[in-house]
Design a protein. Structure first.
Length: 213
């Protein structure tokens, strides 16, 4: 029997509660995209002062920065930001992979568990991810893994979440200015705009596939 939208929400909260209690040194990763906004909203219902962190490049969209400034203040987030610089000499294919992963390692260095807003139906690279994953002693929890894109937008509408203005301009999946492209075909996968036209199209930067220890 299909899981209802409300049941998915409850399952996500239950998962967050379980791992917040199991691992006192935990954090929520927030990119200020639609999925991690939903994750953070859910986590704050479980633990209002939950630690939230972001990893930002120097090539973020202004719209993303504006949303960050609004949400951190309006939601009263217990928030820390880690930053890195993209290397333009690497080209669009590899400009942020190494520095982003290195900075993410710094962000989770003192954590035993972190929460991610990834979903299985975003693209081919995420279909086999699990709710709970462990690499070299660091636990990653994916509470909204079985949410669909429709579920995410349903949640944003139902709970009045602020969203990045770029979605209204034709983007479906957001990273920085260098590696995000607008939707070109309604039949494309959600993440097909990532690294568009390169060998990494629709792929991963490494934070969900590499060891962060």
């Amino acid at each position: 029997m299909p899981v209802t939208f409300l049941k998915k929400i409850q399952n996500a909260k239950d998962t967050i509660k379980e791992y917040v209690e199991r691992y006192p040194r935990h954090g929520v990763s927030l990119s200020f995209g639609k999925d991690s906004m939903v994750l953070t909203h859910l986590a704050k219902q479980v633990k209002p002062d939950v630690f939230v962190f972001a990893v930002f490049s120097d090539t973020e969209f202004p719209e993303t920065c504006a949303l960050r400034d609004n949400v951190v203040q309006a939601w009263g987030l217990n928030y820390k930001e880690y930053t890195f610089q993209n290397d333009p000499s690497k080209g669009r294919e590899d400009c942020c992979k190494t520095p982003k992963v290195a900075t993410f390692k710094e962000a989770v260095r003192d954590l035993d568990c972190w929460f991610s807003g990834i979903r299985r139906d975003e693209g081919f690279t995420r279909m086999d991810f699990e709710y709970v994953e462990e690499k070299d002693g660091l636990v990653k929890v994916n509470p909204i893994l079985d949410f669909t894109e429709k579920d995410v937008w349903h949640y944003c509408a139902a709970f009045g979440l602020p969203v990045n203005l770029l979605y209204g301009m034709g983007y479906r999946s957001l990273s920085c200015k260098n590696c995000s492209a607008m939707e070109e075909d309604e039949n494309d996968a959600e993440r097909s705009g990532r690294w568009k036209g390169t060998k990494f199209e629709g792929g991963e930067c490494g934070i969900h596939t590499q060891s962060l220890r």
